[in-house]
Design a protein around this ligand. Structure first.
Ligand code: UT7
Length: 331
């Protein structure tokens, strides 16, 4: 018994923010952003729209794409670093929007690696026969909590809002299709290299004017350290997955790396010696949508006909934590 993805869908808020738009808000340039990251545009929500709203829209599309009804879903796994509320998590919010009272809803918080962690959890539940139709949904609204002054320009230009979802179901065919493996990694020694410090119950109150003045509510990153580690850990995770399945890089039809920076994706491709035509790269239009970036790219790659039945698909991500991982699938 394996887990197959039977439906995909994505949704991004309609408002497109260009590099030129950001030039008006901080000391940056289209040239700098494109050269350093490959990003041209990203999508931002308008007021009052949260990541659960985007996740709901993506879920509706994935459910339709799978040819099932929302009422067929028996479990929800929601990945995000930008939940609507501190608690409860997005899982129950999306469950309520879909009108599915009673079914379990689990929240996964593994930052840019969130989708791979969530997919791995879904895979375990499907293979053990616990659930038969799991909605895995990753959704992010980053734009409302970025520092658009020069202090935060490294991150403010990188992140975008968006969501994507997949439906996971059991498959016991002889064809060997499905998730072949997932490998999950983390190294908590690097927590402070990319994090958001407040609100935190370690503080009483969880944040103060003084903390807001120090801008601790915004994500902070040591860009170079994150960049270097992403370029090392993602190829390692891909190779671990391939070796585990007795596959080589030549067997891979499509690689979807987390869209953190196009220079990182190119470096990962170079290290793995995989041709760039086999690597999905859509960061130019979306920026870094954290947990949503891989499933958005997957949904687009499928729409573009870049994956055929039985192709080997590899997903890999790296992000805050540090966390990283890979998933190998026979499509
Ligand atoms: O999903 C995981 C999360 N994040 C990532 O994977 C991101 C990983 N890191 C990166 O993508 C890159 O480190 C960045 C794109 C963030 C930065 O690129 P870089 O080539 O590492 O630039 P840098 O940090 O070395 O900065 C070079 C200069 C600095 O100025 P000085 O100190 O040399 O005068 C920065 O202040 O560029 C400046 N800078 C900017 N300039 C214009 C930083 N951000 C900007 C900006 N516009 N938006």
């Amino acid at each position: 018994m394996r887990t197959i993805i039977t439906g995909t869908g994505h949704f991004v808020p309609p408002r497109i923010v260009t590099n030129q738009d950001l030039e008006k808000r901080m000391n940056t340039s289209d040239e700098w952003i494109q050269q350093r990251s490959g990003i041209k545009t990203r999508h931002h929500v308008d007021g009052g729209v949260g990541s659960a709203d985007l996740g709901y829209e993506a879920a509706v599309r994935a459910i339709a794409n799978a040819g099932i009804s929302a009422s067929d879903i028996d479990f929800i796994i929601a990945a995000t670093i930008s939940p609507d509320y501190y608690f409860p998590g997005n899982g129950v919010l999306i469950q309520a929007k879909l009108g599915l009272p009673g079914i379990g809803a689990l929240d996964v918080r593994n930052q840019c690696t969130g989708f791979i962690y969530a997919l791995s959890v879904a895979d375990q539940y499907i293979r053990t026969g616990t659930y038969r139709k799991i909605l895995v949904v990753a959704s992010e609204v980053q734009s409302t909590n970025l520092d658009y002054s020069d202090d935060g320009r490294d991150l403010a230009v990188l992140f975008g809002d968006g969501a994507a979802a997949v439906i996971c179901e059991p498959h016991d065919g002889e064809d060997g299709r499905g998730i072949l493996s997932t490998h999950l990694f983390a190294d908590g020694r690097f927590v402070e290299e990319l994090w958001m410090q407040i609100p935190s119950p370690k503080n009483n109150p969880v944040f103060s004017h003084e903390m807001l003045d120090r801008k601790l509510q915004y994500p902070k990153m040591d860009g170079k350290k994150v960049f270097m580690n992403a370029c090392e850990r993602m190829p390692e995770a891909v190779l671990t997955g391939l070796v585990h399945n007795g596959l080589t890089i030549e067997d891979v039809a499509l690689l979807i790396p987390h869209q953190a920076n196009d220079r990182i994706s190119q470096m990962v491709a170079k290290k793995l010696q995989i041709p760039l035509e086999k690597v999905v790269r859509n960061i130019d239009r979306y920026g870094n949508t954290t947990a949503a970036s891989i499933p958005i790219a997957l949904d687009e790659a499928l729409a573009e006909g870049r994956l055929k039945r039985n192709d080997i698909l590899v997903l890999t991500a790296f992000g805050s934590g540090f966390t990283w991982g890979s998933a190998v699938l026979r499509w």
